[in-house]
Write a protein that binds this ligand. Structure first.
Ligand SMILES: Cc1cc2nc3c(=O)[nH]c(=O)nc-3n(C[C@H](O)[C@H](O)[C@H](O)COP(=O)(O)O)c2cc1C
Length: 440
């Protein structure tokens, strides 16, 4: 089997099968001197691992990562990093019945016709257990990004489950870790519990849409024409099991827009924009939030990392003032009675229909990529299929499966985005270094 590798400079090769002794990845091209240990990778794997809630597969895999090479005394050495995750809860007998049968919606038939042999235990190499290795590689990418681009943040959320959408007006990143669905809308998250219970009782499953947003990514990343940032992001997301569609920014919806709506207008950032901070606070994870209403009527929520904030104080009238550190102040100033965005010499976009990418190159806006995940194919409802002898059979897939695999695809999407962004950061550094177009 060829093509187990992705990335140009930050290259990730995954290996292993669902029911083999272990799986993992080799990460090549990682810069040296980056602080990495097993715990820093494990935190991301814990978000993807099975059995974390009643809405995901009850397979009990600790997904404990081991670093076998490429890290010495807590730092990357620049040599290939080998990561291994042991499979400990395989129940291959669950799959004995379908040894010679092709499960609908799975890769059984296509693997068999291509290779003439297939590992039927849990789908073998086609199993989404492989995505654990991607999340581990993403942990390395995040560690490098934290050093090279400290302001960068890659986050994912489930924005649609079946036909149920989130209400974007209620979007709150803090909610994502507060429910089992990675849902940014607390109302939708509650509704989805009953919805998914019903789907499961019907012995069925549903699809989902995942949105990954990367903030703090500088303008200039991307290698046109054949390694556009959007090309690589789309390929990375499309390579995740069960993904059937990918869009950047407004994606397919942009086909219905007019040019006058779609093209994101640019103006110079030293224009004064009037904002009013309605409330501000600090989240459990130490991120400061400010609810701001703009003079153009839009309400936005801004997020500030702890390192950008000097202190927050509550005023006697109940309003809140967020004092930013000096560096950050030069970029923007947040006050309870108005927020001025002062980005001298930097352009400001009026909207982000493009998802932060123009001509395959990042614009400095948030990178926004969404992907559609198909419904879980392994369901208890009988389905028509054939076996390897050409006989028609009826299949009921037993074993432990997610009723909505989109849920566990969120950390996988985040990991793939982190790998692609770092890959392009390294490519950019390699080709143009500090060189860049300067306005004025
Ligand atoms: C995190 C994750 C977990 C998955 N778990 C299951 C599962 O439990 N049962 C299932 O039928 N499919 C599951 N899938 C999807 C299958 O792996 C996928 O549909 C199958 O390999 C065929 O590949 P394709 O859908 O990309 O064509 C999962 C996908 C992801 C991303």
């Amino acid at each position: 089997m060829s093509f187990n590798t992705f990335g140009h400079l930050f290259r990730v090769t995954t290996w292993g099968e669902s029911h083999g002794p272990a799986l993992g990845c080799t990460v090549d091209g990682c810069p040296p001197g980056v602080a990495v240990d097993e715990a820093s990778i494990q935190q991301w794997l814990d978000l993807r691992k099975p059995g974390t809630s009643k809405y995901v597969t009850q397979r009990r895999e600790p997904d404990q990562v081991r670093i076998l090479s490429g890290v010495f005394e807590g730092q990357t050495t620049g040599t290939p990093i080998q990561l291994m995750i042991e499979n400990t809860d395989q129940r291959s007998k669950d799959y004995g019945e379908i040894k010679n049968q092709f499960r609908p919606g799975h890769a059984d038939y296509t693997y068999f016709t291509k290779y003439g042999i297939r590992d039927y235990r849990g789908g073998g190499r086609s199993s989404a257990r492989e995505t654990a290795a991607r999340v581990a590689a993403g942990g390395i990418a995040r560690a490098v990004l934290a050093e090279m681009l400290p302001g960068a943040r890659v986050r994912g959320a489930l924005v649609q489950m079946g036909e149920r959408h989130v209400d974007r007006e209620r979007w709150d990143w803090d909610q994502v870790s507060q429910n089992p669905f990675w849902c940014p809308d607390p109302v939708a998250a509650t509704e989805w519990e009953t919805y998914l219970d019903g789907i499961r009782k019907d012995h069925d499953s549903v699809g989902a849409v995942v949105e990954v947003v990367a903030t703090g990514i500088p303008a200039g990343l991307g290698a046109p024409v054949y390694a556009k940032l959007d090309t690589d992001l789309a390929a990375a997301m499309m390579s995740i099991n069960a993904v059937k569609g990918v869009e950047i920014g407004d994606g397919f919806a942009s086909a219905a827009l007019r040019g006058s709506d779609n093209a994101d207008e640019i103006r110079m950032g030293d224009d004064l924009v009037e904002w009013t901070v309605q409330s501000a606070g600090v989240t459990e994870s130490g991120v400061y939030t400010a609810e701001i209403s703009r003079t153009d009527g839009r309400i936005e929520r801004c997020y500030l990392e702890a390192h950008q904030v000097e202190f927050v104080c509550e005023n006697s009238d109940g309003s809140v003032t967020v004092h930013l550190l000096r560096d950050e102040l030069e970029r923007r100033k947040v006050e309870n009675r108005g927020l001025d965005i002062i980005r001298s010499g930097e352009p400001v976009f009026g909207s982000n229909h493009a998802g932060g990418i123009l001509g395959g190159i990042s614009s400095g806006q948030d990178l926004v990529v969404r992907f559609a995940v198909k419904p879980t194919s392994s369901i208890l409802t009988p389905r028509q299929s054939i076996d390897r002898f050409g006989k028609e059979v009826e299949i009921v897939t037993k074993g432990r499966h997610d009723p909505c695999v989109g849920i566990r695809a969120v950390p996988v999407g985040e990991a793939m985005a982190a790998c692609v962004i770092l890959d392009h950061l390294l490519l950019h550094r390699g080709q143009v270094g500090e060189n860049r177009g300067v306005l004025g």
